[in-house]
Design a protein around this ligand. Structure first.
Ligand code: SF4
Ligand code: SF4
Length: 288
């Protein structure tokens, strides 16, 4: 008997009550849908003052300098991959988020915080392309980053990003990799790599090197073959290099930067830098 598969194309739709043109598929995310229930007008205004208090003149200058030429939209992957829907244009994102907050001086309700968080976290990669394309160099990414910080202070962050940040706080890497697993992986990959390059070495905590390489935590965890491939390149190129195992600071991905958790973000950068300095390495090489 043939089985008939029926796939419904219909999706539930979310319509913003603040921006009539903002219509998106409905997606449940506890990091947004549940956390906004805990907000109060006081909390929102306090977070607004903390983030935007000193920055309003700068944002105003950016918005007022903009001549709406649309060049930045042509640089944005979200705009281009959504049939040039104007609500995905970089300037629209600023208007629906930072500008709206400033217009209302932070006196907004939780529903608007939801829209704002959804826009800045899920419809912008803070890639900086729009700023590079703008003839005036207007820094849209800076503004989006501020709005992310505002949402972070309120605890309204997509669950996956929030969890990843917690992982960094606990382990200083994004994949919850223990230090012993990390070191074991480096030894394992050195052994594997020897099948191709007999005298392959993965130096650890070597002092006075030219290069210290900080991988992305996903490399030892889910793509361990990256480790020996990079090691082979360094060795064949004759580079004096090392990896770091003396403490937790070796993952260069720094996901806290994406939600603007400045404390954790700074801790990671400082940890990497201090390790490189301790080894007297001349250069830091980071994945991505
Ligand atoms: S920073 Fe955001 S708005 Fe600007 S081009 Fe990148 S994704 Fe688009
Ligand atoms: S490219 Fe610059 S001036 Fe043109 S719309 Fe974008 S932000 Fe405004």
């Amino acid at each position: 008997m043939a089985i008939k598969l029926e796939i419904s194309e219909e999706k539930e739709v979310y319509r913003s009550s603040y921006f009539p043109e903002y219509v998106r598929p409905k997606i449940y995310d506890p990091g947004l849908d549940e956390t906004i229930k805990r907000l109060t007008p006081e909390k929102i205004e306090k977070a607004y003052q903390a983030v935007f208090g000193k920055e309003t003149a700068r944002i105003k200058a950016i918005v007022e300098t903009c001549i709406h030429c649309g060049l930045c939209a042509e640089a944005c992957q979200w705009y281009l991959s959504n049939d040039r829907d104007p609500t995905y244009a970089p300037v629209a994102k600023v208007k629906m988020t930072a500008w709206e907050l400033m217009k209302r001086k932070g006196k907004v309700d939780a529903g608007l915080v939801y829209d704002i968080a959804r826009i800045v976290f899920t419809e912008c990669n803070i890639c900086h392309r729009c700023s590079l394309y703008c003839p005036f160099g207007l820094d849209i990414t800076f503004i989006i980053g501020l709005v992310r910080r505002f949402c972070f202070l309120l605890g309204v962050v997509p669950q996956r990003m929030f969890d990843q940040n917690q992982t960094f706080m606990a382990t200083a890497n994004q994949v919850w990799m223990s230090q012993s697993d990390y070191i074991d992986t480096l030894f394992w990959r050195e052994e594997e790599g020897m099948y191709e390059l007999k005298n392959l070495r993965i130096p650890m905590d070597k002092e006075g090197v030219e290069v210290v390489w900080f991988p992305l935590a996903a490399e030892p965890k889910t793509g361990p073959y990256h480790i020996d491939r990079i090691a082979k390149i360094f060795q064949v190129a004759g580079v004096d290099w090392t990896m770091v195992t003396m403490n937790d600071y070796w993952d260069s991905s720094n996901m806290p930067m994406f939600i603007r958790d400045f404390f954790t973000m700074q801790r990671i950068v400082k940890g990497l830098y201090e390790n490189a300095a301790r080894l007297r390495a001349k250069k830091l090489v980071l994945t991505e």
